[in-house]
Design a binder for this molecule. Structure first.
Ligand SMILES: [Zn+2]
Length: 248
């Protein structure tokens, strides 16, 4: 039985009072920050699919208990960014070809389906915000900041989904985009982002003029082009230097 799978130790009863509440709030914030740091490293492909995530090494790097790290890994496992295996522990999920297809099918259904709503709700302010995101993405690509560009590209899709006004679907799109980054890391070509960044500008154009159906068709082609760029070849697993990624 792996310690990753072991049941959580019971927490000591929390004392009522300002001090303990403050401590637990700080603990929650710390937990959130570490969760965000690990999840960003996965989405930005600084941690590669298959990479082992040792609890003790992560606990050292972030200066928290192994129990705390275990909770974060369990949360990432629920989001399918991390895989927990008995005895072997945690590793960054390596999506299978079938899972990759399912993720892109789901993105087709949801992201394309949201485009008419986005077009209806698109005002000048929203269009300007999206244009700025697309500009930053191009700039990151030009200056060779691959991780930043991957993150900005995913953010663009998530922001679009949020602009539909459906928070539940937007949250789902966020997870699908995170998993897409893993898929691109495994099956994409090195140095290829997935999204053609001028596509994002074209899409904003259709949305700005309220042409929801055109935007829907364009999003469908955009996602199909990303999927078509993938090649299903297996890669060797790697052992990441956690100190280098998170330390200092
Ligand atoms: Zn895109």
């Amino acid at each position: 039985m792996s310690d990753t799978q072991a049941p959580e130790k019971r927490r000591a009863p929390v004392k009522e009072g300002k001090e303990s509440k403050k401590e637990s709030k700080e603990g929650d914030e710390r937990h959130e920050a570490i969760y965000r740091a690990v999840s960003d490293a996965i989405v930005e492909q600084r941690l590669k699919p298959g990479a082992r995530l040792r609890e003790d090494a992560l606990a050292d790097v972030f200066g928290i208990s192994r129990t705390g790290i275990r909770k974060i890994l369990q949360r990432l496992a629920l989001e399918q960014l991390v895989t927990l295996t008995p005895r072997r522990g945690a590793s960054v999920t390596r999506p299978t070809a079938d899972e990759a297809k399912d993720v892109f099918d789901a993105r087709q259904l949801i992201e394309c389906g949201l485009m008419p709503d986005v077009a209806r709700r698109m005002g000048e302010k929203e269009a300007a915000e999206l244009r700025e995101m697309a500009r930053q993405e191009r700039q990151a690509l030009r200056s060779g900041q691959q991780s930043v560009a991957i993150r900005l590209s995913a953010d663009f899709h998530v922001r679009l989904a949020q602009l539909s006004g459906n928070a539940t679907l937007a949250e789902f799109v966020e997870r699908l985009c995170s998993r897409s980054s893993l898929i691109l890391a495994v099956y994409g070509h090195p140095g290829h982002l997935g999204c053609e960044s001028h596509d994002h500008d074209d899409l904003i154009g259709y949305l700005e003029t309220g042409n929801g159906e055109r935007a829907k068709a364009f999003m469908s082609r955009h996602l199909k082009a990303i999927e078509a760029s993938l090649s299903m070849v297996e890669e060797e697993e790697s052992a990441p230097d956690l100190q280098q990624i998170f330390g200092g």
